[in-house]
Each structure stands twice: as structure tokens, then as C-alpha cells.
Design a protein around this ligand. Structure first.
Ligand SMILES: C[S@@+](CC[C@H](N)C(=O)[O-])C[C@H]1O[C@@H](n2cnc3c(N)ncnc32)[C@H](O)[C@@H]1O
Length: 337
């Protein structure tokens, strides 16, 4: 994936880079207001039709719509706005490739936390005031959070289902698998597998709902518990996806060791995250690593080499590192038979 950055050798380019948070907030706001879903439903619409449908005041609306047009997520013709193709595929609620859940939570949680980045860097403390305990206590926030996870697993899931050879395995366990979206996508693509998700107990009702939506009720099971305190179920393939980056280095090594115990002999542990490289080239992954500074107590993105070393220490006989999706890295850890 390529990045187009402003020319930061010029004052105008530097100011443009400094203002790019405004571009992002315009997109996040459009998702929050359900603009893309509304345009998908109503078809090309005038500014006035959009104003009425979204219940807006009207001041600033033409600039807002034109900014989204300049950013490429809307198109304007004959005084009517409609979704650009990418927005129609990814930002309309209920579309298979919907990533708006991620953006919605970004708008409500990450965006304000980034406003306190200096404080986060000064203190090393998270700035969102919402650890997993708090997230799971509030049903509305939990729903937003799982929507965010679905936004990411809708992208990673289909690729993981294709990329890894699932033919020699009979079962998959997704540890920290949220409401089971990724596990369901894998079981749907490989119906010979039985699926199992382990996550905090509060996730159970949302899991039931999601698995029913996938038409897999009874084929993907759920066990509630804490992966730090409770035993994990066993499976041929154990997954830890976007989980290790929530924790510090010592906790990550502990979870790799715990996952080793859960993998059946001859099976595999699959770990994916936005892992970092030595060269600071991946803007998106560095941004997510700073997200972890701002929303977790010890989390950060990390290098694949940390995980291959922890896997070796835990007892895995071999490891393989490969790219997954546009931003993730997959580490495949094989257990001896
Ligand atoms: C960042 S999400 C990743 C979700 C999913 N694996 C994905 O790829 O999108 C981390 C998950 O870990 C779960 N989690 C956090 N603490 C946990 C704990 N102590 N035990 C079990 N699950 C936990 C959260 O509820 C959440 O679903």
C-alpha cells in the first residue's frame, strides 16, 4: 500500500500535513452521521435532501460535502452527491466489507485520546480512560468496540482463510476472538473445521448474535474467561489476532506460552498484529502502536523477531513470518507432533 504525503520540504506542505487531522475527522464524522449509508439507500441526493435526512443545521454542509468529495469518498455531479465506489463498498452499514465500525470507535475513543498525545508521552499512561474492564461494563461501548473489531476482521478474515493451509486441521480456537467474526469467516470458508472463541464472559450475547448472523449457530462455540487466569480450550489451530499488542512484552511472552499449551500436538499457533519493522516506513502501523500507548496500560506494536523468540522459548519447533493483508504480519508457530 502506498502513502501520498504532502511535500514537507515546503511551508505549505508542512501546514497541509498538520491539517490532515481535519481530513480524518471529516471522514469519521461522515461515518458517525451515517452519511454513506443514507446516500446508499437514497441514491444521489442534493445538499438539501442530505440536510433533511441527517437532521443537520445546514451551515457548513456544502463545505463538508465538498471536502469529502475532494478526499475522494463522495462524488458530485449535477448538484447531487453520491458515494464514490470505495465508500459504497466499505462505509455502508451491513456491507460485507464494512470498516465503519472501526472508524466510529476511532471517532469516539481514539480521536479524543490523540488530543492528549503529549500527556501520554510525558507520563507513559493511557489517555482514553477505557480499559477492557470498563469497555465490557457498558453495553453501548462494548457494542461500539466489537463493531471496531468487526471492521478489522472483515478485512483480515477472508485473507487469513485463504492464505493459511487449513486442510490438515480439524479445529480452530480464536483467543481474544471478540464476538467471533473472524472465527466465523474461517469456518464458513473451511466447513470441515469446528470453531471456538475464548474471550471475556461479557462478550457472550454479542457472540451469539454475530454467529447467528453468519448462520453458524452451534458450529462455533464460545467459552468466557480471562486468558490470564483461566485455562484455555484446546484446538489444532490457536489464533491470537490483534491481542498481543494490547499487552506489555512480559505479558505477550506469557500469552504465547499459554497458547502453546492450548495447541494440540502437530498443530499451529497463528499470531497476527500490525508488527513493526526496523525502518520506520509503515505509517499506519506506527499510528496503531501509538493508539496502544493511548488506550492500553502497556500495549504497543512489536517486532516479529520478539514473537519468534518467545515461540521458540515456549517450545514451538518452527516459525514462519509472512505479510497478511495490507498492514498485518502473520507469525506461524508450529508445535511438534
Ligand atoms: C483488540 S481485540 C482483538 C479482537 C480480535 N481478535 C480481532 O482480531 O479483531 C482484543 C480482544 O481481547 C479480549 N480480551 C481482553 N482481555 C482479555 C482477557 N483477560 N481474557 C480474554 N479475552 C480478553 C477483548 O475482549 C477483545 O475481544
Amino acid at each position: 500500500m502506498t502513502h501520498t504525503l504532502p511535500d514537507v520540504t515546503t511551508p505549505a506542505g508542512i501546514i497541509r500535513l498538520g491539517n490532515m487531522f481535519c481530513d480524518a475527522k471529516a471522514l469519521l464524522t461522515a461515518v458517525e452521521l451515517r452519511l454513506f449509508s443514507t446516500l446508499h439507500e437514497k441514491g444521489p441526493s442534493t445538499q438539501e435532501e442530505i440536510r433533511t435526512a441527517l437532521g443537520l443545521h445546514g451551515r457548513g454542509l456544502s463545505d463538508f460535502l465538498d471536502l469529502l468529495t475532494a478526499l475522494g469518498v463522495l462524488e458530485r455531479a449535477d448538484g447531487r452527491y453520491r458515494n464514490a465506489p470505495g465508500a459504497d463498498a466499505c462505509l455502508v452499514q451491513g456491507a460485507p466489507g464494512y470498516v465503519g465500525g472501526f472508524l466510529e470507535r476511532s471517532s469516539r475513543n481514539l480521536y479524543p485520546a490523540w488530543g492528549r498525545l503529549a500527556e501520554g508521552l510525558r507520563t507513559g499512561k493511557q489517555q482514553s480512560g477505557s480499559d477492557f474492564e470498563q469497555v465490557t461494563r457498558n453495553p453501548a461501548v462494548l457494542r461500539q468496540f466489537v463493531g471496531m473489531m468487526d471492521g478489522l476482521t472483515n478485512v483480515v478474515g477472508p485473507e487469513l482463510a485463504q492464505k493459511y493451509d487449513w486442510s490438515g486441521h480439524g479445529s480452530v480456537l480464536d483467543v481474544g476472538g471478540a464476538r467471533g467474526n473472524l472465527c466465523s469467516l474461517i469456518v464458513k470458508a473451511h466447513p470441515h473445521l469446528t470453531g471456538h472463541v475464548f474471550d471475556l464472559p461479557a462478550m457472550a450475547p454479542l457472540f451469539d448474535e454475530k454467529v447467528a448472523e453468519h448462520g453458524l449457530t452451534g458450529r462455533v462455540a464460545f467459552t468466557g474467561g480471562s486468558f490470564f487466569e483461566d485455562p484455555l480450550p484446546h484446538a489444532d489451530v490457536v489464533l491470537l489476532g490483534h491481542v498481543l499488542h494490547d499487552w506489555d512484552r512480559e505479558q505477550r511472552a506469557y500469552l504465547v506460552g499459554k497458547a502453546y499449551e492450548a495447541v494440540n500436538p502437530g498443530g499451529t499457533l497463528l499470531i497476527y498484529d500490525r508488527m513493526l519493522e526496523d525502518e520506520p516506513a509503515h505509517i499506519e502501523n506506527l499510528v496503531i502502536s501509538l493508539d496502544m500507548l493511548l488506550v492500553t496500560d502497556g500495549g504497543e506494536e512489536y517486532r516479529a523477531s520478539e514473537i519468534t523468540a518467545a515461540a521458540e522459548q515456549a517450545g514451538f519447533v518452527s516459525t514462519e513470518v509472512t505479510p497478511l493483508s495490507d498492514y498485518d504480519t502473520l507469525v506461524i508457530c508450529r508445535k511438534g507432533a
